[in-house]
Design a protein around this ligand. Sequence first.
Ligand SMILES: C[S@@+](CC[C@H](N)C(=O)[O-])C[C@H]1O[C@@H](n2cnc3c(N)ncnc32)[C@H](O)[C@@H]1O
Length: 284
Amino acid sequence: MDLTTFANRFGTDKGTISQAAHGYTAVYDLLFAGRRNESVNILEIGLSTGGPELGRSADRKVIDAPSIRMWHEFFPKSSLYGLDISDFSQMQTDWLSFVRADCGDAQQLEKVANFGTQFDIIVDDGSHASYHQQLTMVTLFKFLRPGGLYIIEDLDWQPMHLERSLPAVPDTTAQLRNFVTNFEFIPSEGIADSKWRSVAADIRNIVLLDDDELFGMRRMYNRREQLTADTSHYYEQSAGRRLGSRGYLRRVKETSAQLSRALVGGFGPAQRSRVKLALIHKFG
Ligand SMILES: C[S@@+](CC[C@H](N)C(=O)[O-])C[C@H]1O[C@@H](n2cnc3c(N)ncnc32)[C@H](O)[C@@H]1O
């Protein structure tokens, strides 16, 4: 059983079936399959859809943490740590510790120190607001162990009500791309330069994966499922859902834009699809 199977079983959107079916687990499985028996420490930020990122109250009643269950099944010896603005403390077990914190408040984020550990993997699947992503990264990077991986998901979607109300910062993809190109982060009013500099010194590599790359991995995974003898849990989106998906509509829009450019004189450079996933590797 691979990570995507667990993602699909527990209903997190990191897999290839549920909700937006981002397909991130196809990438994570490549990275982590060889470490399943290790006792890794994983911190996940954001534990269950339907919080303030969608305009709901942080005090909502929460009953599940699908991605936490996925990580636990995949890494049975792991210690899991969760951080969220909603209260998941009733879900704590001997393998799950939780801290309630707002990613917009550096002091609250520092409560992670109370776990008294360093993490092998940190996954930011919180509100997806640019300011939250960047404040969380500059605050928590020091808790990543040398050689660890810091992951930011859903870079292509920001909740507009938060983007407008939080301190202004460049969007996180632009910020990471700038580092890849110029080896420095873009200064902003929201996050002090000194905070970025301390993180920059520890970054070994940044890999950015876009919508098209993940779309391909997702389709390959679902095809493999179809080829196995047991097709009972095989899933293929209906033609209607597929044709109405954001990825498909974007491709139609880009193709027609290219065609119209061709009609008025020559094809321009093909537009790249949007970056969705960042893998940030810390120096060992
Ligand atoms: C996309 S969901 C997480 C989905 C989950 N990881 C999964 O795979 O099923 C986003 C989560 O971020 C949390 N969140 C939203 N705003 C936050 C903030 N300012 N600080 C911390 N967590 C926040 C929400 O409560 C919600 O649980």
